[in-house]
Write a protein that binds this ligand. Structure first.
Ligand code: MN
Length: 270
């Protein structure tokens, strides 16, 4: 329990040397891990300290999670369908099996420790797959194209509505029943993983948020909340839960004003 909780945020993208532009004064291009700065910025604004996680071996993941207070899984490429027991669809995008292995192990390790989890886009899908759920590999096959889940507009622009479930965390944090979200995915949750419930849907029926039961924060959203200022309360939920006060407050506005004094009281009590 910390005043400024440490939030592990994974790097879900790898850049190959041929994708990295050579700079005349720099070293030759090599494999890089990549993460949009929007994620650590959103975590820091919400009161947390982001800890950017590279590709780690399983024992290092365990050791890392001993020292952090929460987990954020960002957007990124498609998951390997073999992680949920399926053959690749012809429209499957690029995949990163090494990243899949790290993120799935990290979710399972976070589950063993009851750490709060916030998954964004691919991160929601990784959360679902880590818990035995499956994905639709190419959403237009299922729901057609009347609703475009892969917008051309910038991530700060919302392009479709979702309806949130009554009494869900996402409704409490962001309101509802309708929210406007951005959309950068062609895959979606098909069958739900262990102890996950759908709590938001697009008009075409696509699952857009999942949550776990009980007091522990386990939340995935299919949209890129890190790009929407109005969705900062999702990151505040994560940091409040990581600071150990998540369920003692009725709503996120209270959480924001109470976070630091409550964390200090806990530290004094402990
Ligand atoms: Mn969508």
């Amino acid at each position: 329990m910390h005043d400024r909780p440490l939030i592990a945020v994974t790097t879900s993208e790898l850049r190959r040397p041929e994708e990295v532009p050579a700079r005349s004064e720099g070293e030759p291009p090599k494999v890089e891990v990549a993460l949009a700065t929007l994620y650590p910025e959103a975590i820091e604004r919400a009161g947390g300290i982001p800890v950017i996680v590279p590709l780690l071996r399983p024992e290092a993941i365990e050791a890392l999670l001993e020292r952090v207070d929460g987990v954020c899984l960002p957007g990124g490429p498609d998951l390997q369908p073999s992680t949920y027991g399926e053959e690749p669809h012809p429209r499957l995008g690029p995949t990163e099996p090494r990243v899949d292995a790290v993120e799935l192990a990290l979710v399972r390790a976070a589950d063993r420790r009851n750490l709060p989890i916030l998954g964004i886009c691919r991160g929601m899908q990784a959360l679902n797959v880590a818990r035995g759920g499956t994905l639709h590999q190419h959403l237009p096959d299922l729901v057609g194209t009347s609703l475009n889940h892969r917008q051309a507009e910038h991530g700060s622009v919302t392009t479709h509505a979702v309806e949130t479930a009554p009494r869900s965390r996402v409704r409490r944090a962001l309101g509802g029943p309708k929210l406007s979200v951005n959309s950068f995915h062609h895959q979606a949750v098909r069958t739900l993983g262990h102890e996950l419930t759908a709590t938001a849907w697009a008009e075409d029926g696509t699952i857009e948020a999942v949550e776990g039961p009980g007091s522990r924060l386990v939340l995935g959203v299919q949209w890129h909340a890190e790009g929407l200022a109005a969705h900062a309360p999702l990151f505040e939920l994560l940091t409040a839960a990581a600071a150990g006060i998540g369920e003692r407050v009725a709503d996120i506005r209270e959480a924001r004003s109470l976070r630091r004094p409550a964390a200090r009281r806990l530290a004094q009590a402990g």
